[in-house]
Design a protein around this ligand. Structure first.
Ligand SMILES: Nc1ncnc2c1ncn2[C@@H]1O[C@H](COP(=O)(O)OP(=O)(O)OP(=O)(O)O)[C@@H](O)[C@H]1O
Ligand SMILES: [Mg+2]
Length: 254
């Protein structure tokens, strides 16, 4: 469904924000992209959805090469950015209509799909209000709804739980699972390791632009955990090394 081959990107010469990433996400799978701040997650996601162009490497979405056939590749994807800069003055409904126009979702299908998603995310009333009046979580929800209107096969989300209340965050997880179970694929970044551990079929850990490990949480723990009860968090900290010694950090934290 999604294949990255040796993908790299620099914002400034000699410093790779993303450095030779190769990975594959299959249909039916939820893939969690983990890594510390500045690791290269958003940069990778922006390349997948076609906002940034890779310096090197190849991205294929459902068999379509993003560089050669960008329109076909982009039609396969729905994207929820980490921060949505939506227009403030238009209403949620106007925004959804605009997005449906862009993706060419026909009228009747558009109305029923929007209704279904607005109901799920409890946005039916708010959809008539201007986006400028929305809270952070409501913006996240309308962006999420917009990303699913055209029934994309590949759903890409950059830190989707951020800013959501526990109920909405639960809903988001249910939607992600159901998307994958219906034969789609989900690729999302997160800092919440417990979510990754419970929700993802596989995860990848990126650090300083390089993919350090890919696999199921069980496989990764098997490779890197010293003790049986070691959590994904402990393995994550090991793989993305905290620079200060543990004793020093503990004395600061006291
Ligand atoms: N527009 C930009 N111009 C220059 N450098 C950038 C730009 N965007 C990101 N970077 C740099 O690229 C690297 C990767 O950033 P990126 O936003 O991909 O990280 P991230 O893994 O998404 O981090 P976070 O968890 O904080 O969201 C960082 O070193 C960052 O400073
Ligand atoms: Mg980011």
């Amino acid at each position: 469904m999604l294949r990255l081959t040796d993908v790299s990107k620099s914002y400034e010469p000699g410093k790779r924000a993303v450095d030779g990433i190769t990975l594959e996400v299959k249909a039916g799978e939820i893939f969690g992209f983990l890594g510390p701040n500045g690791a290269g997650k958003t940069t990778t996601i922006k390349m997948i959805v076609g906002i940034l162009r890779p310096d090197e490497g190849r991205i294929e979405v459902n068999g379509h090469d993003l560089a050669k056939d960008p329109v076909a590749a982009k039609k396969q994807m729905g994207y929820v950015p980490d921060e949505s800069n939506l227009w403030e003055k238009i209403t949620g409904a106007e925004y959804l209509n605009f997005v449906a126009d862009v993706y060419g979702v026909p009228g009747p299908e558009r109305a029923s799909r929007a209704k279904e998603l607005l109901d799920i995310f409890e946005m039916t009333e708010a959809v008539s209000d201007p986006i400028g009046s929305y809270s952070r979580g409501m913006r996240q929800k309308i962006a999420t709804i917009a990303s699913l209107l055209h029934r994309p096969r590949l759903w890409i989300l950059d830190e989707p739980m951020m800013g959501l209340d526990p109920r909405s965050s639960y809903l988001m997880k249910v939607m992600m699972r159901s998307h994958a179970d219906q034969g789609g694929a989900v690729f999302f970044s997160t800092h919440v390791l417990e979510v990754a551990e419970r929700l993802c079929d596989r995860v990848g850990i990126i650090h300083q632009g390089k993919l350090r490990v890919v696999g199921t949480v069980g496989e990764i723990k098997g490779l890197f955990a010293k003790k049986e009860d070691e959590t994904l968090e402990e393995v994550f900290l090991k793989l993305t090394e905290v620079t200060l010694p543990k004793e020093q950090l503990e004395s600061i934290a006291r």
